[in-house]
Design a protein around this ligand. Structure first.
Ligand code: AMP
Ligand code: MG
Length: 347
């Protein structure tokens, strides 16, 4: 489907009136980008096949990559999906918040939203603008990340304008995304058993502390083979990759910082670094993600850093540390591994 929007309405610090206007656009089958606590979402009515098709067209997204539906309230899920005790427990612990749960879908959700699957992914965002928009619209909103397919997700309105200006009807500007990485996606397997399809800010540690047994879909940490279908279809696509070749450095903090420090200054080489390395990297092209011990800041800054690398055409190689797999580190590890096309150099 060709996308033919000429003027994109940009609503900064949106008032309730602005939000109502955006909700009306959604009810008319139009596209609205809105902020969430994870990343910006590109929304359309999840009950309207044509509206959903417009999302795929605006993003250039493959039609077998399903959309997450966003709800104002965790209890609304029963209208659109078969809920279970596992869902109810997850919802009481982590919703609203950065968690998506895959459930058997009900007939009202079109297959075009679920990429042909008989399941639907459900999330209840906590961001106040997202929540008000969902309340005002009164319908479930299908919303993948608002980036063009293959690019890093949008964590600022500048990213959204770069990717979606002229392709969507309105953008609600809510400033920088708090978390900066997409939601955790879980597939329930039993009352207290889940498969982690995509890591995010709701971590394995948080789930196990609350009595869940968690297994990891191998697409989170390994490159899917050509004939393999990951449980979350989106995990098989190239994603986040900067134009330059990204190489992840697997080693201790000291080994990684020594490697970067001793690399010759070269305008074609850039580094993603920790704040602690600032004094060593003065003569080099370096982007600082945050303190070594502050994975939250690293997550917040990662996608902006990947986009900045693309603004300097002279950069052909980028080195970045391979994060630890603990807590939110696993989400960083997963996104960086995909961005690097699984290229890791052991130190
Ligand atoms: P995005 O909204 O861009 O963050 O991408 C949504 C992610 O959710 C993709 O990786 C999808 O494959 C995944 N997803 C959405 N719906 C389902 C579903 N029914 N089953 C498994 N994964 C899903
Ligand atoms: Mg996405």
């Amino acid at each position: 489907m060709k996308v033919t929007i000429v003027n994109t309405l940009i609503l900064k610090n949106p008032s309730q009136n602005d939000i109502n206007q955006a909700a009306d656009l959604l009810k008319e089958g139009k596209l609205v980008v809105f902020p969430t606590e994870t990343v910006y979402g590109l929304g359309a009515s999840a009950l309207d096949e044509t509206a959903a098709a417009r999302i795929y067209a605006a993003k250039g997204r493959p039609s077998d990559n399903p959309l997450i539906i966003h709800l104002a309230d965790a209890e609304d899920a029963g209208k659109y999906a078969e809920i279970s005790p596992c869902y109810e427990k997850l919802a009481s612990l982590f919703m609203p918040g950065p968690l998506t749960v895959v459930l058997p879908k009900k007939a009202c959700i079109p297959f075009s939203v679920t990429g042909g699957l008989d399941t639907v992914a459900v999330r209840v965002p906590s961001h106040p603008i997202a929540h008000k928009l969902l309340l005002a619209a009164g319908i479930p909103i299908a919303a993948p990340s608002a980036n063009r397919s293959g690019r890093p997700s949008c964590t600022t309105v500048d990213h959204v304008i770069e990717d979606m200006s002229g392709k969507v009807d309105a953008i609600l500007d809510g400033g920088e995304s708090d978390l900066g990485l997409e939601s955790t996606i879980l597939l329930p397997r039993g009352d207290n058993e889940v498969v982690l399809l995509r890591p995010g800010a709701i971590t394995i540690e948080m789930l196990t502390e609350n009595g869940f047994t968690v297994s990891l879909d191998k697409a989170v940490t390994e490159k899917p083979k050509d004939n393999e279908k990951p449980l979350a279809p989106g995990m098989k696509y190239r994603h986040y990759a900067p134009k330059a070749s990204l190489i992840l450095l697997d080693g201790t903090f000291t080994a990684v910082s020594d490697f970067m420090k001793l690399s010759p200054s070269d305008p074609s080489v850039a580094f993603l670094c920790y704040d602690e390395q600032k004094n060593d990297m003065m003569q080099k092209k370096a982007i600082f993600l945050g303190s070594y011990s502050d994975s939250r800041s690293q997550a917040h800054n990662l996608f902006d850093a990947l986009r900045k690398l693309d603004q300097d055409a002279s950069i052909t190689t980028v080195y970045a540390p391979l994060p630890s797999k603990e807590h939110i580190g696993l989400a960083l590890y997963n996104r960086l591994l995909k961005a690097a096309g699984y290229t890791v150099k052991s130190l």
